[in-house]
Write a protein that binds this ligand. Structure first.
Ligand code: BGC
Length: 410
């Protein structure tokens, strides 16, 4: 008994803007490099052209699922102008995955938006929900054969990014630092604490995202047979002595508001990297530690177990782990981290949490929202030649998949 069923999904995830390259019509492309500390995505990993090679490496390693995204900015590069060629491109990606026997999990929006919408305030634009719905209607026909669809990736981080972008536009940010990087730095802690105790900017930013998600779920349920959900950044927060009340408050603003809005979905996407304690005054910064990751967060492989238990308790839905991983240049640490994370997942499953699959972040070393430094990939990519070099962790995860978790013990 390994605890993982024969139809358990084992795979890896990517996001269009982080790997495709030249995402020219996106709001991210327009803003990159404008602020100090912000690197350009450029050609990224050129996965727009090399997705077949990426999928080949994944399947040859022994994995059976691939999460990738459709880029709204390519589908609708001008407001109201939908590109048939780009729809056909993403259909080819879906067909390639199916041809390889890979179960595709398709994300419809992963942080980047069309530049024309970004210029109008992004998710804060008054018609953003309606526009997203129209885009989803255009995409629905190419989803035939797809079982898993994530409408919006990490609406909670998206809300945080929208808030940072607004602050940048008002000249209030000295330099760019992605909210996905250095998540436990004092600055990020300050912001997250504010999110929980001030007029909760994140909930105000959350409203259009929740409305857009609900609209997309309705459209997809009406027009396709896919399972629909969204993927939440799970903080795996725990209470330090005396922090029990503050934990509930912070966790609500950070993630529960989105988990609760999953009512009517088919699954909940869990994305977990680290864990953090909450004290009576808010989040407690992590002390400096040699095991802390390249994005500054604590080395906490146990966070995945905490996250799936919490997400499933709040939503009552089956879980798909849509992201879990570690930013490290040391691949042995990646294997050790993932091994422990999967043990925690297996224990949560043994305790009754229904989990359909595990998709590692990330397949490739990619563009970390303004930064190229953090290495999350199972595969290294030479950014000049685009040559892919699988790391030992890819073969290791493939062996875990083939043995349905048996390899975890070895
Ligand atoms: C996002 C990814 C990101 C990853 C690692 C998540 O916040 O969905 O786009 O690269 O975590 O930071």
């Amino acid at each position: 008994m390994t605890g993982f069923s024969s139809d358990f999904l084992w795979g890896a995830s990517t996001a269009p803007h982080q790997v495709e390259g030249s995402n020219l019509a996106s709001d991210w492309w327009a803003r990159e490099g404008l602020m100090p500390g912000m690197e350009l995505s450029g050609d990224a990993c050129d996965s727009y052209h090399r997705y077949r090679e990426d999928m080949t490496l994944l399947v040859e390693a022994g994995l059976n699922a691939y999460r990738f995204g459709i880029e709204w900015a390519r589908i609708e590069p001008r407001e109201g102008h939908f590109s048939r060629a780009e729809l056909a491109h993403y259909r080819r990606m879906i067909e390639t995955a199916l041809e390889f026997g890979l179960t595709p999990a398709v994300t419809l929006q992963h942080f980047s938006l069309p530049a024309w919408l970004g210029a109008r305030g992004g998710w804060s634009a008054p018609d953003a929900v309606e526009l997203f719905g129209r885009y989803v209607e255009k995409v629905a026909p190419i989803l035939e054969g797809v079982e898993w669809v994530v409408t919006i990736n990490e609406p909670n981080m998206m809300a945080m990014m929208s808030m940072l972008q607004d602050q940048a536009a008002r000249g209030e940010l000295g330099e760019w630092q992605s909210p996905t990087v250095d998540a436990d730095s004092e600055r990020a802690v300050e912001q997250t604490t504010n999110v929980a105790s001030l007029p909760v900017p994140s909930v105000e930013y959350a409203q259009p995202l929740i409305a857009a998600h609900r609209a997309a779920v309705d459209i997809l349920h009406a027009r396709t047979s896919v399972k629909v959900g969204w993927s939440i950044a799970n903080g795996a927060f725990t209470a330090a002595p005396g922090g029990e009340e503050k934990l509930v408050e912070i966790r609500y603003a950070y993630e529960d508001v989105y988990l609760e809005a999953s009512l009517g979905d088919d699954f909940t996407g869990v994305q977990s990297y680290s864990s953090q304690q909450v004290g009576p005054d808010g989040l407690i910064p992590h002390p400096e530690h040699p095991d802390n990751t390249m994005v500054g967060s604590a080395y906490r492989p146990d966070s995945l177990g905490i996250a799936v238990r919490h997400a499933s308790a709040v939503t009552g839905l089956p879980v798909l782990v849509t992201e879990n991983g570690i930013a490290t240049a040391d691949d042995e640490r990646r294997i050790a981290y993932t091994r422990e994370a999967l043990e925690g997942l297996r224990e949560a499953m043994a305790d009754g949490v229904q989990v359909n699959g595990y998709l590692h972040w990330s397949l490739l070393d990619n563009y970390e929202w303004g930064h190229w430094g953090p290495k999350f990939g199972l595969i290294a990519v030479d950014r000049e030649t685009f040559v892919r070099t699988p790391k030992p962790s890819l073969a290791w995860l493939g062996a875990v998949a083939r043995t349905r978790g048996g390899q975890l013990a070895g």
